[in-house]
Design a protein around this ligand. Structure first.
Ligand code: PHE
Length: 431
């Protein structure tokens, strides 16, 4: 492998000063958990798709995770200084290509390509993040979109959308705070759409997402009952609420939350697609919506999976537990003790310097060296030297394998490598 290129899923890409993908991440590209019929992520995707069969959707599950910066950010209207574009948040293959940070990167293609009024996309998405039981640098999203054309001479767009709303399956669900009418101040509608158009697209969008969450959580209730689990949400009708949200390519925008065992669970961002995005996709005179839902955290709750790393396990005690189209509760097969080690260091004098160390940089180094043996990393202490003003940080790493016990010697070796690598890559001074 020549050092000026990297191979992502069999395709060679030139590297440059933007490249920040290390081998550990590359080895996860192509695992395609969302396409495995017996994996919780694949099962969840399948369950959702099955509910929308026959309702005018095309299912795209094969898009490559390497996408252009243009598709991931520019077309969708992310401002130049949006934090999501930074090298400490996003994996750059090179200046112009990233590992997609969301499946929305494929929206314009789908709007253009799709022969049905709507589509679903599923895929693995990549973000630099903390290390703990619910964060992993790869997770999965399911995206949906639907548009209506105003060029249809037989039916007005109002009649078309109203007919589609009337055709939606009826469900039994408790909807709170359904502020159907956008808020002119904080969540304004688009000026090219009439009030009636906005209201109808919103209704179709919200009812569609409610059907989606109803499908998922009804299956989860069945599974919990079969396993004899008790939880406050298992016997009541599903409760959801709508909150205002913000995305660069939708207006207005919302988030749905689902009440699940005593707390509101953030589920799915959505909104009415901005006109510019449709125009850039070559779609004129149309209106429509889009949503995106993260699959991993929902799958963890529904399947009772305590740690997100479990999804990546290739241990048969995990991979043989689940079967197609069915939610069942995870049976833990072992719990090995963890061991913590601390790392303390001085930050560079000028810690506003762009070369300074971001929390995610520490996470990256630990990930790369310890892989899935790193259960969590926490910043546990931070102080400034009273005289010099220099800042010191201390991180605590918990090393814990899901599949076996670790020896002290093994952990010491790993931890020493983490320290060395941090010192080598960043202008810090180990303490
Ligand atoms: N891509 C958004 C996210 O990752 C979700 C979203 C999709 C929001 C489509 C609006 C429309 O959070």
């Amino acid at each position: 492998l020549d050092s000026s290129s990297i191979v992502v899923n069999g395709v060679s890409h030139k590297t440059d000063e933007w490249t920040n993908i290390r081998p550990g991440i590359l080895s996860l590209v192509g695992r395609n958990l969302h396409k495995q019929p017996n994996h919780p992520i694949g099962i969840l995707r399948g369950l959702i798709e099955s509910r929308f069969e026959g309702l005018g959707y095309t299912f795209y599950n094969d898009f490559e995770p390497a996408v252009s910066v243009h598709d991931n950010f520019d077309v969708l209207g992310f401002p130049e200084d949006h934090p999501g574009r930074s090298k400490s948040d996003t994996y750059y293959i090179n200046k112009n290509t990233v590992l997609r940070t969301h499946t929305s990167a494929h929206e314009p293609y789908c709007f253009r390509d799709c022969k049905t009024p709507g589509y679903f996309i599923s895929g693995d998405v990549y973000r630099k993040d903390e290390i703990d039981q619910t964060h992993y640098p790869v997770f999965h999203q399911l995206e949906g979109g639907r548009i209506w054309s105003k060029n249809d001479s037989d039916n007005s767009v109002i009649t078309q959308i109203q007919n589609d709303i009337d055709g939606l399956p009826k469900i039994d669900i408790l909807v709170e705070d359904d502020n159907l009418v956008y808020d002119a101040q904080i969540n304004p509608k688009q000026s090219h759409m009439s009030d009636k158009e906005t209201e109808l697209v919103t209704t179709h969008l919200k009812r569609t997402i409610e059907i989606l969450v109803d499908q998922v959580f009804s299956e989860a209730k069945k599974a919990a009952k079969e396993s004899g689990l008790s939880g406050s949400s298992y016997d009541e009708p599903l409760r959801v609420r709508w909150l205002t949200d913000k995305f660069p390519w939708t207006a207005p925008s919302w988030q749905i939350e689902v009440w699940w065992n005593g707390r509101w669970l953030e589920c799915c961002g959505c909104g009415i697609v901005k006109r510019e995005v449709l125009l850039q996709s070559g779609i004129e005179n149309s209106i429509g919506w889009a949503f995106g839902i993260g699959l991993d955290r929902i799958a963890m709750l529904l399947f009772g999976i305590p740690d997100i790393r479990v999804f990546w396990s290739q241990d048969e005690r995990f991979t043989k537990q689940f079967s197609e189209s069915k939610i069942s509760i995870f049976k833990p097969y072992s719990k090995y003790p963890g061991t913590t080690r601390d790392i303390s260091f001085w930050l560079p004098e000028d810690s506003t310097n762009i070369d300074s160390v971001h929390e995610n940089d520490v996470m990256e180094v630990v990930r790369e060296i310890a892989g899935d043996i790193a259960e969590s990393v926490k910043l546990i202490d931070e102080f400034s030297h009273p005289k010099s003003g220099r800042k010191s940080q201390c991180y605590r790493v918990n090393y814990q394998s899901m599949d076996r016990s670790l020896t002290n010697d093994e952990i010491n070796v790993l931890h020493e490598k983490v320290r060395k690598e941090l010192e080598e890559l960043h202008p810090i001074e180990l303490r």
